[in-house]
Design a protein around this ligand. Structure first.
Ligand SMILES: NC(=O)c1ccc[n+]([C@@H]2O[C@H](COP(=O)([O-])OP(=O)(O)OC[C@H]3O[C@@H](n4cnc5c(N)ncnc54)[C@H](OP(=O)(O)O)[C@@H]3O)[C@@H](O)[C@H]2O)c1
Length: 325
C-alpha cells in the first residue's frame, strides 16, 4: 500500500510503498479516506516522540474510512460501513487495522473529512474534562490555546454540560472562534499576563480546572489562577518543560491537584472504555449539530509537508485534514 513516510535525513515527508498492516480475528481493515494532523506527528517525524511499542511507525493518530474486511470474531460491522477511530499510529496510509471495539460509526451528516477531525482531540478533551478533571455544571474551566484542535473540542464539551469557559488565544480571529463556540471570555495572552484577567472574570475566585498545553512559562500564573481544590491538567508542554523556583506551599495552601496526562500510551482496554463513554455522550450531539468537528483546512496528501509547516507556524484554528485517495 501507499503511505506517507519520513525521509530521515531531511525529515521531509513523501508518499512511498510499505507493507499492508496485519489483520487479527477481532480487527477491522479500513480503507482510509481522511486523516488529521496532530502536534505529536511534528515531534515524531523529528525522532522526538517514538510510537508506543507494537504500534505502526507510520505517522497518524486518527482516521476516517470504510470497512474493507471484518475479522472472523467481529460482530456488528460489515464491509462498507463508515467509521472513524483513534490510532496509536499509522493514519497517514491507505489502509489501517483497528480493534473493532475502537471503531466509531460516522454519523450520516458528517463527511469523512469531518469525521477524521473528531477522535484525537475530542477523546483527549473528554478524558481530561470528565474522567480526570471531573468538571461539573456551573464550574469554571480555563482552556489555554483555545483555538487549537483540543481547545475547540474542549470548549464545546464544557459548554454542553453548562460549565463557564475562559480561554486564551493568540489572535483576534482565534478568540472570535472560541467565543462563537461557547467561551464567555477570550484572553489575548500576548497582551500581558492572563492571571489578572482570569481573576477579574471569576470575581476573584479563580477557576476549578485548567487545561494547559504550554507548560513551564504558564506554571506560576496557572497556580495563581486556580480556585481552592482546583485541578491543573498538563496536556502539553509547547512552551517548555523545565521549572525553576517552584513554591510547593501554594499547592498545599489551596489543596491543588496537578495531573499529567497522555492519551496515546493508555492501554487498549482504557481506550476502548473511553471511546464507548465518549460515543454515548457525543454521537447524538454530532448528529443533531450540537457538537461540530472544527476544521481549519483540508489538503490533498501530496501537500503533507505544507500542512506540517502550516501547523508548525501556529496558523491553524481547529483541525488540519489530509485526504487519502
Ligand atoms: N497529552 C495528550 O494526551 C495530548 C493529546 C492531544 C494533544 N496533546 C497536546 O495538546 C497540545 C495541543 O494540540 P493540538 O493538536 O490541539 O494543537 P494545535 O491545533 O496545533 O494548536 C496549538 C496552538 O497552541 C498555541 N501555542 C503554540 N505554542 C505556544 C506557546 N509557546 N505559547 C502559547 N501558545 C502556544 C498556538 O495558538 P495561538 O495562536 O493561540 O498561540 C497554536 O496554534 C499539543 O501540545 C499537543 O501535543 C496532548
Amino acid at each position: 500500500m501507499k503511505a506517507i513516510l519520513v525521509e530521515e535525513k531531511t525529515q521531509q515527508l513523501f508518499i512511498g510503498e510499505t507493507d499492508m498492516p496485519h489483520m487479527g480475528k477481532s480487527d477491522l481493515l479500513i480503507k482510509v479516506r481522511a486523516t488529521a494532523l496532530n502536534r505529536a506527528d511534528l515531534l515524531q517525524k523529528r525522532g522526538l516522540y517514538p510510537p508506543p511499542q507494537g504500534a505502526s511507525t507510520i505517522l497518524g493518530l486518527e482516521m476516517s474510512g470504510v470497512v474493507e474486511e471484518v475479522g472472523e470474531n467481529v460482530s456488528g460491522w460489515k464491509k462498507g460501513d463508515r467509521v472513524c477511530a483513534l490510532l496509536p499510529g499509522g493514519g497517514y496510509a491507505e489502509y489501517v487495522v483497528i480493534p473493532a471495539e475502537m471503531a466509531i460509526r460516522i454519523p450520516q451528516n458528517l463527511s469523512f473529512e469531518e469525521a477524521a477531525a473528531i477522535p484525537e482531540v475530542f477523546l483527549t478533551a473528554f478524558l481530561n474534562m470528565f474522567w480526570l478533571g471531573k468538571l461539573k455544571k456551573e464550574e469554571t474551566i480555563l482552556i489555554h490555546a483555545g483555538a487549537s484542535g483540543v481547545g475547540t473540542a474542549a470548549i464545546q464539551l464544557a459548554r454542553e454540560i453548562g460549565a463557564n469557559i475562559i480561554v486564551t488565544a493568540g489572535t483576534e480571529e482565534k478568540r472570535s472562534l472560541c467565543l462563537s463556540l461557547g467561551a464567555a471570555e477570550a484572553i489575548d495572552y500576548k497582551e500581558g499576563p492572563f492571571h489578572e484577567k482570569v481573576m477579574d472574570a471569576t470575581f476573584g475566585k479563580g477557576v476549578n480546572l485548567i487545561f494547559d498545553f504550554i507548560g513551564a512559562p504558564y506554571w506560576e500564573q496557572n497556580i495563581d489562577s486556580l480556585a481552592t481544590d482546583g485541578k491543573l491538567i498538563l496536556i502539553g508542554t509547547m512552551g517548555g518543560a523545565k521549572l525553576n523556583d517552584v513554591n510547593l506551599g501554594k499547592l498545599l495552601f489551596k489543596r491543588l491537584q496537578i495531573i499529567g496526562t497522555a492519551l496515546r500510551s493508555q492501554s487498549i482496554k482504557n481506550k476502548i472504555a473511553l471511546t464507548k463513554d465518549f460515543t454515548d455522550f457525543a454521537l447524538s450531539k454530532f448528529e443533531n449539530g450540537r457538537l461540530k468537528p472544527i476544521i481549519d483546512s483540508i489538503w490533498e496528501w501530496e501537500k503533507v509537508n505544507e500542512t506540517h509547516s502550516h501547523m508548525e507556524q501556529n496558523k491553524n484554528s481547529g483541525k488540519v485534514i489530509l485526504q487519502i485517495p
